[in-house]
Design a protein around this ligand. Sequence first.
Ligand code: K1U
Ligand code: ZN
Length: 169
Amino acid sequence: MALLPILCFPDPRLHKVAQPVQAVDARIKALIADMFETMYHAHGIGLAATQIDVHERLIVIDVSEERDQPLVLINPEIIWASAEKKINDEGCLSVPGIYDGVERHEAVHVRALDGEGQVRVIEADGLLAVCIQHEMDHLLGKVFVEYLSPLKRNRIKTKMLKAQREERR
Ligand code: K1U
Ligand code: ZN
């Protein structure tokens, strides 16, 4: 297994649209293992392949307190979304240190392949529903800061670029 580098906003590669996974083969299974290792190491609750510069429709999630309920979503599709929406505070491993409110559907049903290539339907609410919507946005090349005002987004961009310059020194 391996820790993978996570792209940081405003890296333009975060805006690429991911393509469907063609086969759940040994390469994808190895990638899933590396993504879980990377997500747990970074103390995240989710990670989309886009964030590690792999532009395929693959997500790993674990919203459990005990970090023992791994969930793999391959080629996910939202098949139902609640009319009710709610603003939740979100963070992102690609935008470290920034948290802000984003409006999302309170509940979603998602059809996806699991890590063995089996079709599954997940009925999600609460933090899992928020996380799934956040990660599916990554696969479309969308970062949560794009829901914020242009003023906030530009401030975040400036802060991230400054932090990245200082890290390189
Ligand atoms: O996609 C990512 O970068 C992972 C992201 C997922 C996420 C967190 C919160 C709301 C929606 C999506 C994170 O894991 S950020 C770090 C984190 O562990 C966290 C932040 C806020 C609340 C709960 C967890
Ligand atoms: Zn994110």
